[in-house]
Design a protein. Structure first.
Length: 360
């Protein structure tokens, strides 16, 4: 067997973080548990708020990314509603506040600026400059060159081509623009980001769960995956009104759809195993000169297929946020109580799910 093939067997722990606005606080809780359990993460990938979380995990200024990530989320938390509001009333009032007044550490509405007028014709409603300033308080992108830090992969959508734009710390020199490029969600009126000559929107528009992008970026190493699903895949309740219908449709669109990627990785792995065995048989068989020549001609293609790909997903743990109620704009609720509750829920769910991670 060729050297390239024998050396390809490596393993990576991968953390995949979805987009979901304020629901990203749940991912903070999950990572706190990962850190507490001392699970080493080799690759962290995310889109939208998941990309922002991923950047802090991979490039936090301190050597305690779990603490930095929690501090980041508490910084985004707002005390904006009446203490007499509870349940749905608190969710609604918090999301309405964010929609009207923005979030001082994340985004601000353009109607709060002097340039805004009755003839407003901008292609977005909210500017993300505050998020850039907040992010840079927690992130040092030079840390991404430290081999002890996870590899960072962030996905966005090219507005003009409609194709994914993927940034990878193995090849790209990250700035805050790269991170924010994954978070411009047009359906909420959030601005795009220009990186180089590209105008980029939220990666969620193409895929809210960038596992396939991780496999493509690291096609050789086998993977154990922790995937955080912010949008419940299943729901027993049938929607009772139009708002709940939109909510359920939104959850379905954004929920984890990586089952096909997992199945394909297993199928490809089986095919490559057979190809390798057939290649070994041919190499050891007595061949005439013509057959040896033909084998040599296809050798480069064999190495490309069998030695430069073939990663399989050895384990995948899905940690899914549970819902107590169905509210369409729950991902715009930045109230400090909700942020803390989401962090606690993420911690608890991850503790139960990751107890045996990597032991099989």
């Amino acid at each position: 067997m060729h050297k390239e093939t024998s050396e390809k067997h490596c393993n990576e722990n991968v953390l995949v973080l979805q987009g979901g606005g304020s629901l990203g606080a749940y991912e903070c809780g999950v990572y706190k548990t990962i850190d507490r359990l001392k699970i080493k993460i080799d690759v962290v990938a995310g889109t939208s708020i998941g990309g922002i979380n991923a950047a802090i995990i991979a490039a936090s200024k301190s050597d305690n990314p779990a603490k930095d990530l929690e501090t980041f989320w508490l910084t985004l938390g707002q005390t904006v509603t009446s203490p007499f509001f509870i349940g749905r009333m608190k969710e609604v009032s918090s999301s309405i506040y964010s929609a009207i007044w923005g979030n001082t550490n994340a985004f601000f509405p353009l109607w709060m600026t002097p340039a805004f007028g009755f003839l407003y014709n901008y292609p977005y409603l909210y500017d993300m400059s505050p998020m850039k300033a907040t992010l840079e308080k927690f992130v040092d992108y030079t840390k991404l060159k430290d081999p002890s830090r996870p590899r960072l992969i962030i996905t966005s959508t090219d507005i003009q081509s409609g194709k994914p734009s993927i940034f990878d710390s193995k090849y790209d020199n990250f700035t805050s623009e790269h991170v924010l490029s994954s978070a411009g969600y047009p359906f909420y009126g959030i601005s795009w980001t220009k990186v180089g000559k590209k105008y980029l929107w939220d990666g969620t528009l193409l895929s809210n769960t960038p596992l396939r992008e991780v496999i493509d970026a690291s096609p050789v190493c086998d993977k154990r995956v922790i995937l955080v699903n912010l949008f419940p895949k299943g729901q027993e309740d049938i929607p009772k009104n139009m708002m709940e219908s939109w909510h359920r449709a939104r959850d379905i669109m954004h929920a984890d759809k990586t089952d096909q990627a997992v199945r394909m990785s297993k199928i490809i792995s089986r095919y490559l195993t057979i190809i390798n065995k057939m290649h070994d048989i041919l190499e050891s068989a007595p061949l005439d000169d013509a057959s040896k020549k033909k084998l040599a001609e296809i050798e480069p293609e064999f190495n490309k297929l069998a030695c430069q790909r073939g990663a399989i997903i050895k384990e995948i743990v899905r940690i899914e946020r549970k819902e107590e109620s169905h509210y369409l704009f729950e991902d715009a609720d930045f109230s400090i109580d909700t942020i803390k509750k989401l962090i606690r829920s993420g911690e608890q769910d991850a503790k139960a799910a990751l107890e045996d991670f990597g032991k099989n």
